[in-house]
Design a protein around this ligand. Structure first.
Ligand SMILES: Nc1ncnc2c1ncn2[C@@H]1O[C@H](COP(=O)(O)OP(=O)(O)OP(=O)(O)O)[C@@H](O)[C@H]1O
Length: 580
């Protein structure tokens, strides 16, 4: 935990303690009751924080999960089950988990508005069921009795604050795990997540399960507050209004969840006092949420990002005052010896054929990346280079031919499984979650705990800024280098790099070429490099394969191939113009 985190958590815990002391001491019974409503709302907002805020999944049925939690707590109360309220609260949360996973299953195939419709459909069904069936204890008039220690409103308020704080701490710890961080990546690009070996299915289902658990606990707390609940407490309109609040505020940050809970509680009271319809609040939040959706950033994310960026800029300004490394010139870079073309085949592709309808993008391509080698794959635009990477890494199914990694067939594996076996890739357009720091992104890429020393070495090696700098203020060219660093951090057998030098100056590109030539010996990773920059290819690659219109037109040592007139003709349309 860094200094900023410690300070923020210190302040958060201080605020929780202060609230526990000040609210019962200063507030009337009415306002204390309202404060309980706010904290219960904040707990339910935390569930939106996981599914909507972190994982970026449009779920419109969180109140249905809350209803399950409340139902279980009231049923156990009716049965005088052993264990008492606190245990029932946990059981209520757990009961919502399988339902959350079941609702999450369609999310594996559909997303966006379609998923919103599915989850909203569940909210509507729950509404119908709840309207037709009363909650346990209603006909028997058996209300829930709070546990002795928390029976009064003031003490129950303290209990809700404790539950909220425990959940916030648990989520903060979970968010630091690879699965927790993977949600952020999932939100921005499922392809990038899969390329990092993250199982998109597991990650999404975990988000649904955890968010359902939290909503279930929130529902149980509501049952404890009200004694008995009715279907309108969990109406589908509530799910929708809270979703709008979540988009607007960003409840994945604890302060956002609290603000959401307070707004929800106070707004209803204000509308009641002004004798205005309650629906007006939902409409207002919906309106604000449209603005938040347009900008793509919630209020708390915006505030946090600005602070982090300010701190990072100060750090970068301090570093800029230090003496800079002299730029590498072409003359200095050119003599860099390419890495020797290693030994045993590490990646072996045979007869790879990919068709897009009538277009034959790759026609029976053979290519081998030897262990310890850096192999170039070049060719004019549209030659099939990116298609080659996509097929080999499993992003294009249904190809013909075979792909073997370290002597084992991987043709039947998914992209994330291939990544897990040691085949990593980068993309031409990187989609890295801007709220991640570079350290966090490297950790996701590495798929394991990465020591600060190892992360610093990688960032320094590829010329990226210090690890605590957020991706949001890193330029596009450097983001590509960060992507390369993340691929290498996983220590795969082979890394397939798709135009990593795009956005770099000529000098930076040369420097990158020399660095890539060192990668096999330094990190034990073989490389297939797709590039248009021939200076870089000469500096990095011992061998090159040239594609044109989906065919291999030349393959061999870099110097021989790049001087081949047929290659010059294919690349430049004429054999008279030298390549470099
Ligand atoms: N999704 C797709 N649907 C149909 N055709 C496609 C698709 N993706 C690529 N193609 C076609 O397949 C061929 C190979 O494209 P690919 O993007 O692999 O080439 P490339 O060598 O990577 O080009 P560049 O250097 O511009 O990235 C091109 O003719 C392209 O138009």
């Amino acid at each position: 935990m860094n200094m900023i985190d410690k300070r923020a958590w210190g302040m958060g815990l201080g605020a929780a303690v202060l609230a526990c002391v000040a609210v019962p001491a200063l507030f009337s019974s009415y306002w204390t009751y309202l404060a309980i409503t706010a904290v219960v709302g904040a707990v339910i907002m935390q569930s939106y924080g996981v599914i909507v805020g972190r994982a970026g999944v449009m779920s419109l049925c969180q109140m249905s999960f809350a209803a399950i939690g409340a139902w279980v707590v009231l049923r156990l109360n009716l049965a005088d089950a052993p264990g008492g309220f606190l245990l029932w609260l946990v059981l209520g949360g757990l009961a919502a988990v399988p339902v959350g996973v079941a609702i999450g299953l369609p999310a594996l195939r559909i997303r966006g508005v379609n998923l919103a419709v599915v989850t909203f459909g569940f909210a509507v069904s729950t509404d119908i069921v709840l309207n037709a069936n009363q909650f346990p204890g209603t006909t028997e008039l058996k209300t829930l009795t709070r546990p002795g220690l928390f029976s009064g409103n003031a003490a129950y308020f303290v209990l809700t604050v404790i539950v909220f704080t425990l959940l916030a701490l648990g989520l903060a710890l979970f968010n630091r795990t690879r699965l927790g961080m993977s949600w952020l990546e999932l939100r921005y690009s499922e392809r990038a997540a899969a390329a990092h070996g993250i199982s998109v299915a597991r990650s999404k289902l975990a988000a649904f399960a955890i968010s359902a658990f939290i909503a279930g606990v929130g529902g149980g707390l509501m049952a404890g507050q009200l004694g008995l609940v009715v279907s309108s407490n969990f109406a589908m309109g509530q799910s929708l209004a809270l979703f709008a609040v979540a988009i607007l505020i960003g409840p994945h940050n604890p302060e956002g969840a609290v603000m959401g809970g307070v707004f929800g509680a106070v707004m209803a009271t204000i509308l009641e006092k002004l004798r205005l319809p309650q629906d007006l609040g939902g409409m207002l939040f919906g309106l604000f949420a449209v603005f938040a959706l347009r900008s793509g950033v919630s209020q708390t994310d915006f505030t946090r990002a600005r602070k982090r960026e300010r701190d990072a800029r100060k750090l970068l300004a301090a570093l800029a005052d230090r003496p800079q490394e002299p730029e590498v010139t072409a003359a200095e870079a050119a003599p860099a010896p390419p890495a020797p073309a290693g030994g045993e085949p590490c990646l072996e592709v045979r007869g790879l054929t990919v068709r897009y309808g009538e277009v034959v993008a790759l026609d029976a391509i053979d290519l081998t990346v030897p262990s310890g080698g850096v192999v170039g794959l070049i060719g004019p635009n549209g030659a099939g280079k990116s298609t080659f990477i996509a097929a080999v890494t499993g992003f294009i199914g249904g190809y013909q031919g075979t792909v073997e990694l370290a002597g084992q067939s991987i043709d039947r594996l998914s992209p994330s499984a291939r990544a897990g076996r040691g085949l990593r890739r980068t993309f031409q357009t990187t989609v890295i979650a801007p709220e991640l720091t570079q350290y966090e992104y490297l950790t996701i890429g590495a798929g394991r705990r990465l020591s600060r020393e190892e992360a610093d070495e990688l960032l320094d090696f590829f010329g990226c800024p210090p690890g605590e700098v957020p991706v949001s203020i890193v330029d596009v060219g450097t983001r590509r280098l960060l992507d390369v660093a993340a691929a290498i951090a996983a220590r795969p057998k082979v890394a397939l790099l798709d135009e990593p030098a795009a956005g770099q100056s000529a000098a930076e590109s040369l420097k990158l070429g020399r660095r890539l030539a060192e990668v096999p010996a330094r990190f034990g990773v073989s490389i297939l490099l797709v590039e248009h920059d021939m200076e870089l290819v000469r500096a990095a690659c011992a061998q090159v394969t040239v594609l044109d219109f989906g065919h291999v037109i030349a393959s061999g040592s870099t110097r021989d191939v790049l001087d081949d007139p047929a290659v010059m003709a294919a690349y430049l349309g004429t054999a008279d113009v030298p390549l470099v």
